[in-house]
Design a protein around this ligand. Sequence first.
Ligand code: NAP
Ligand code: MG
Length: 399
Amino acid sequence: MAKIQMKTPLVEMDGDEMTRILWKEIKDRLLTPFIDLKCEYYDLGLPYRDETNDQVTVDAANAIKKYGVGVKCATITPNAQRVEEYKLKEMWKSPNGTLRAALDGTVFRAPIVVKGITPSVSTWEKPITLARHAYGDVYKNSELYVDGAAKAELVVTYPDGHTDRKTIHDFDGAGIIQGVHNTDASIASFAHACFKYALDQKQDLWFSTKDTISKIYDHRFKDIFADIYEAEYKTAFEEAGIEYFYTLIDDAVARVIRSKGGFIWACKNYDGDVMSDMVATAFGSLAMMTSVLVSPDGLYEYEAAHGTVTRHYYKHLKGEPTSTNSVATIFAWSGALRKRGELDELPELVDFSDRLERATLQTIEDGVMTGDLYLLSTLENKRRVGSVEFLDEIAARLA
Ligand code: NAP
Ligand code: MG
């Protein structure tokens, strides 16, 4: 059988530890036998990031800007222990943070739904994609402990020297204060990324904040979304038969729990952080969560939501068998290849991506799965297999 040909290179970003081991196995067993892979390779594994003073991450981000689509393996975000372990020159920044900043993107996370892994919420039939604004609010805050009676104020000083001020609180005893911010530009980017992604996925978009309480701050999010929707996306949404729906976060939470799923839920930074963990857990497993970073100008970076699975890697290094779930990493590849296929008008590449996903899900639904899913699955004839055996089972179904 002739291999599928590609037109434009896909930006491939290798990573660390167990996911780096799986990365190569996935390519060898599920991709290169079927596709003449055209990738521009960037090694974001920690040793090479250190060797290049993290320039390789910047180069990878620029390559995504050039070609439009990237696929990324999980990577280590160094902490003090990693600096010691890898003898690093510096505690390099999170590669995901660097990519997010360079692409000005929004992260969309969606669970992979499979028979036998039942969501905790019994009404959920389809995945719920969570879109988290990845800038500002409490993640870029300034906090102070107020050490006794004091007047706390908000002060804004403009370049011409004039100021706006407001009392936060007149303390008569000790307490705490916090200053947070966001920018119109970042909120607008978030809105564009959400509207574009909803059109791309042909799914309704929900957005929720606490605008009844936060009448200027959260209300600004609501207004920017509404203005951009009216001006630029309303017609396209109507044509696609999808809906943009704003509601208060309390109401959204109640509706999400009662829903059948199958929509995108956009959240502010903190809400998205918390709600994505809740949604992922309720759908079953972190190892079944995909993640895509979408920039407002339509660049895509696909990855698994989980990390490098360090504990399994140390077992692997000791020569012990592992049973690590590669589904989210496989779906990162299928997502990226499908997008490449759509952009380059290569229906056979789109079709391959669909088949790869179906073969992966079929394997699990046939009862063949890694240890994490084995613990959760309600299937009767289930069998726990090793990391590579799982890939071979998918490959057999794919062929
Ligand atoms: P993790 O790699 O996601 O793993 C945490 C635990 O979750 C694992 O020990 C394992 O549980 C389970 N798990 C996660 N993915 C799994 C999979 N594919 N198959 C089976 N089980 C899976 O998180 P971490 O251990 O906190 O972080 C490890 C490293 O990853 C860190 O250096 C961190 O910086 C990095 N990280 C990277 C990203 C990214 O690149 N996007 C995201 C998060 C973390 P059991 O041990 O119970 O089997
Ligand atoms: Mg979280």
